[in-house]
Design a protein around this ligand. Structure first.
Ligand SMILES: Nc1ncnc2c1ncn2[C@@H]1O[C@H](COP(=O)(O)OP(=O)(O)OP(=O)(O)O)[C@@H](O)[C@H]1O
Ligand SMILES: [Mg+2]
Length: 305
């Protein structure tokens, strides 16, 4: 029996998505926590499918924009058009709830900046007028792994503005067999909402009432601090990283139906909150160190309360 919101979402999404529970946890926790997601993975690992299925299970509107080198800011925000003798605002595709931005690192910096600004302010300004985006507006931006980085890689400051980074790996052999059999069901799209928009907004507000013990805040702070002291690291987790970690842990606790955070929530969210903010020294990269390994070691080295 699916009792918690988390279980209900997993049950719906798994009608079309094989496995990938961790990825889905990362995405739904970020949505509840009011952040935006970087989704990293090579082509064909179900980035689009998962984003769409999560949106359907939450009953939210979904849109997708492919970022390309000649994309203009107005292509996403919208523009003024002359109609019936006056200029009226024609909304761009950004006016949705779950926005999948495919290959965010392929659009020019100006367009990326327009997106980043809309993400932060949850509104867009066109010709001096400001238009509000829906309260549940969430960007899921896809990126290829670093080796395939696009024409305009995001700067560290831009990457830091994403609350989480979620990595999609290849499925196992058994999963691939199941994926082949899923195609017919995907066509039918049986994914139903498990929550209303109003309930979801209420849940999002409840996040501040999820209790985090001081010991747990300290636990998270130690983990983040360890990433900064690691000799392989040039730039470690910032205060923004520790805030993200705690907000994600709160969201995960809420999805599990708890009103308090346990150390395991922090542990679970550590990679999502930290990996993308850690910059390694060039020599560490040469010896094949990874941000994931740095975070693993940091989590491993701090005793949970
Ligand atoms: N875990 C999975 N569960 C169900 N289907 C999957 C899974 N992984 C891959 N697929 C299938 O693989 C195909 C590609 O999926 P999708 O289009 O979502 O990938 P993508 O990561 O968005 O690719 P691209 O980067 O090219 O946009 C789809 O037919 C999808 O059904
Ligand atoms: Mg896709």
């Amino acid at each position: 029996m699916a009792d918690t919101l988390r279980e209900k979402i997993h049950m719906e999404v798994s009608k079309v998505v094989v496995g990938k529970k961790d990825v889905i946890d990362g995405i739904i926790s970020t949505i509840i926590a009011g952040g935006h997601v970087l989704l990293e993975g090579v082509p064909g690992v179900a980035k689009t499918l998962i984003a769409k299925a999560v949106a359907s299970s939450l009953g939210l509107d979904f849109a997708r924009i492919q970022f390309v080198p000649d994309l203009l800011p107005s292509d996403i925000t919208g523009t003024m058009v002359f109609r019936g003798g006056e200029f009226v605002f024609h909304k761009g595709p950004i006016f949705t709830e779950i926005l999948l931005v495919d290959e965010v690192n392929r659009a020019p910096p100006k367009t990326q900046a327009a997106l980043l600004q809309a993400m932060q302010e949850r509104e867009v300004t066109v010709w001096g007028s400001t238009y509000k985006l829906p309260p549940l507006f969430t960007v899921i931006a896809t990126m290829n792994p670093v080796e395939f980085e696009g024409v305009y890689p995001l700067s560290e400051a831009q990457v830091d503005r994403f609350m989480s980074k979620v990595v999609l790996d290849y499925p196992t052999i058994d999963e691939m067999v199941e994926i082949i059999d899923k195609q017919e069901v995907i066509e039918e799209w049986p994914v139903e909402p498990v929550i209303t928009r109003e309930e979801l907004l209420k849940a999002k507000k409840r996040i501040w009432r999820i209790h985090v013990d001081d010991n747990i805040k300290r636990y998270a702070a130690y983990i983040v601090e360890r990433t900064r002291r690691d000799p392989r690291v040039l730039l470690g987790g910032s205060p923004r990283a520790v805030i993200a970690m705690i907000q994600l842990a709160r969201a995960f606790a809420l999805l599990e139906g708890r009103d308090y955070v346990v150390p395991d929530d922090v542990k679970r969210m550590a990679h999502y909150a930290l990996d993308h903010r850690i910059i390694l020294k060039p020599e560490a990269k040469l010896s094949r160190a990874t941000p994931e390994a740095v975070v693993d070691d940091a989590v491993e080295s701090v005793e949970p309360p």
